[in-house]
Design a protein around this ligand. Structure first.
Ligand code: BGC
Length: 337
């Protein structure tokens, strides 16, 4: 009798235990896992808000695609990134709204390619008030006390280096850029958006590299093409019709505009490498092919892969509670035949 009572008590205990473990391991709504099955690992999803100054930009298109692709490679079974990329459409008011919306949605980190680098303080203030880290890319905030927030940093490249490399590509030619041999390098400068320090520094440092190596220069034409291929073509065509054969070199602050200038050069019946030189910056695939073929004198690699990965790594570091240097720079590289 006693042993039967003991047995039934034991059975009761076992049943109770089974129901308790079943409950604790259950996922809401789903059938309880069988005894011994591991609970599904908890997945942490980070929300990332990205705004690009405008989608219609050759270089920033490569850059933003790489941001998305690289975040994917960092995902694990337990960490996911929900990356929301928006087009700033070249409109600072639009971009400010995008940042407001991201913050209202509770994003965990921002990656911002400013439409206007002078608006950085406004964006930083918003991010700081919401305690959301922000990584600026491509358009360097240059104001005094820029990025006044311990969770704000800039990832980019020193545009002075790219300008210097453009000048050196020309200075290192056997003719030192003086294609008609008249003793002076006469040039055309097609600039990006001058609000962007990349445009200012490339314009200044490309010519400084020539004068620093003792080359006499004359500026024939300088206008802004806002990084745009069609504008690059228009401006180069207009410079070629005004100054004809006296032009030795066309400097473009980026490859997009150099692609346009190359079309204008061939329409004007001129030949790169023979009676004119052409340099850009970015090393877009098409331009690297042109450099190999001799239809462009040279370009400078603006490393969108290195920059996008560095920017994403900085964002992830913030997400994991780490800190970043204020300015993180990725090197440019000369590209010649
Ligand atoms: C690139 C340009 C691009 C610009 C956008 C520059 O660093 O060289 O191609 O249009 O960034 O801000």
């Amino acid at each position: 009798m006693k042993s039967r009572k003991l047995l039934s008590m034991l059975l009761c205990c076992l049943l109770l235990l089974a129901s308790i473990t079943g409950c604790a391991g259950g996922t809401s709504g789903a059938a309880a896992p069988s005894a011994g099955a591991a609970a599904a690992p908890e997945v942490k999803t980070y929300n990332v808000g990205v705004s690009i100054y405008k989608y219609d930009d050759n270089f920033m298109t490569l850059y933003r695609n790489e941001i998305a692709a690289y975040f994917k490679t960092l995902e694990t079974d337990t960490v996911k990134y929900n990356v929301n990329i928006q087009d700033g459409k070249g409109d600072m008011a639009e971009q400010t709204n995008q940042v407001d919306t991201f913050l209202a949605q509770g994003v965990d980190v921002l990656i911002i390619n400013l439409v206007q680098s002078s608006s950085e303080a406004t964006i930083t203030e918003k991010a700081k008030a919401a305690n959301v880290p922000v990584v600026y890319i491509n358009r360097e905030p240059m104001e005094e006390n820029a990025m006044d927030y311990d969770k704000a940093c800039y990832v980019g490249a020193d545009a002075r280096q790219s300008g210097t490399y453009q000048g050196e590509i020309i200075a290192n030619l056997p003719t030192k850029g003086d294609v008609d041999g008249d003793g002076t390098v006469r040039y055309v400068m097609i600039m990006g958006d001058p609000e962007n320090v990349d445009a200012q520094y490339r314009t200044e440092y490309s010519i400084k590299a020539l004068t620093d190596s003792g080359i006499a220069v004359e500026e024939l034409f300088k206008q802004r093409g806002d990084w745009d291929q069609a504008k690059g073509q228009e401006l180069a065509a207009s410079a070629l019709s005004q100054f004809g054969n006296s032009i030795d070199v066309i400097f473009c602050n980026n490859d997009g505009m150099a692609l346009g200038a190359a079309q204008a050069i061939s329409s004007a019946g001129r030949t790169v490498g023979k009676d004119i030189y052409l340099v850009g910056v970015d090393a877009l695939d098409e331009c690297v092919e042109m450099v190999k073929a001799g239809t462009m004198t040279g370009t400078v690699l603006n490393d969108h892969i290195g920059q996008s990965h560095t920017a994403v790594d900085a964002a992830v570091k913030y997400l994991n509670g780490g800190t970043n240097d204020k300015r993180i720079m990725v090197d440019y590289q000369k590209v010649t035949a």
